[in-house]
Design a binder for this molecule. Structure first.
Ligand SMILES: Nc1ncnc2c1ncn2[C@@H]1O[C@H](COP(=O)(O)OP(=O)(O)OP(=O)(O)O)[C@@H](O)[C@H]1O
Length: 267
């Protein structure tokens, strides 16, 4: 069931360094994201998770190192190749980042209008399919973002991220701001879309429930580098931050909710 270890990585980061003035954020980050896996990126506040995501999608440039996405050198792309690569991933930021002056349907149409030459009626049909795909009622299509709940806005943002049938889905704190039931429903939606569409998912999160529910592997940003493993392997790590994170009260609650066995490993 799990993604094959032998498949070439969809995202490959090597020797990444990031510096903002005197502040060093990353000092030798290495990462392989495998095709078809859900990788969760966690770490303390301000450790550089969002910066890493932005670097992978080309919104920020690292100080040194290499980033390959879908076999392309993401730091040295022509404008044409960049546009082409951007059409192969979907991006969902925390608040959905919808255009407030456009309806849900119009928001979903934007990437189709920007990246394809499909006729308007086909774009309309595709956008309506995406509305259904993320579990929004058909009448949500005509609403403006301000008329939606936080959960609906996230779903609309997800529909837009899926507009071009991407190979990779990037999510930054997808469940932030949702109540536990809404967050669990959103996790379930991402998990089922990932399976049915064969997506590779790269997700920055603070949500331990999300890690247990849908992540195949977890990358922990710690001491300016990444430690990558499965939940089971990370439960055995001795680094104090990782121990606190997975064995602390929230970690125990997540284990209890998802039927894991962290406590038995603590003794
Ligand atoms: N464009 C930028 N210019 C200068 N400093 C930046 C920039 N973007 C981020 N930083 C700094 O880099 C550090 C890492 O920021 P980042 O947003 O990646 O943290 P994070 O791990 O996502 O944190 P959180 O979990 O709190 O969202 C922070 O100290 C932040 O202030």
């Amino acid at each position: 069931m799990g993604p094959a270890d032998s498949a070439p990585p969809v995202i490959r980061v090597r020797g990444l360094h990031t510096r903002f003035g005197a502040q060093v954020v990353h000092a030798g980050v290495d990462l392989d994201v495998r095709k078809g896996e859900v990788l969760g990126l966690v770490g303390g506040s301000g450790t550089g998770k969002s910066v890493l995501l932005k670097q992978i999608v080309g919104l920020l440039r690292p100080s040194a190192g290499s980033i390959e996405v879908l076999g392309k050198d993401a730091l040295n792309l022509s404008d044409r190749d960049r546009l082409n690569l951007q059409s192969r991933w979907g991006l969902l930021f925390q608040d959905g980042a919808l255009f407030s002056s456009l309806t849900v349907l119009e928001n979903i149409k934007v990437p189709l209008q920007e990246h394809t030459t499909l006729p308007p009626d086909l774009i309309e049909d595709i956008a309506r399919v995406k509305v259904g795909m993320v579990g929004l009622a058909p009448d949500a299509a005509a609403k403006y973002p301000s008329q939606l709940s936080g959960g609906m806005r996230k779903r609309a943002g997800l529909a837009r991220a899926l507009a071009l049938d991407p190979e990779i889905l990037f999510l930054d704190e997808p469940t932030a701001g949702l109540d536990p039931i809404g967050a669990a429903a959103f996790d379930e939606l991402i998990g089922s879309l990932q399976k049915s569409l064969g997506l590779t998912v790269f997700m920055v999160t603070h949500d331990l429930d999300s890690l247990y529910a849908i992540c195949d592997r977890i990358a922990v940003l710690i001491d300016k580098r990444l430690i990558v493993g499965t939940i089971d392997s990370l439960l055995q790590e001795t680094h104090p931050w990782i121990k606190d994170y997975f064995h602390g009260p929230r970690g125990r609650a997540a284990v209890a909710a998802h039927g894991g066995a962290a406590d038995s490993r603590e003794g």
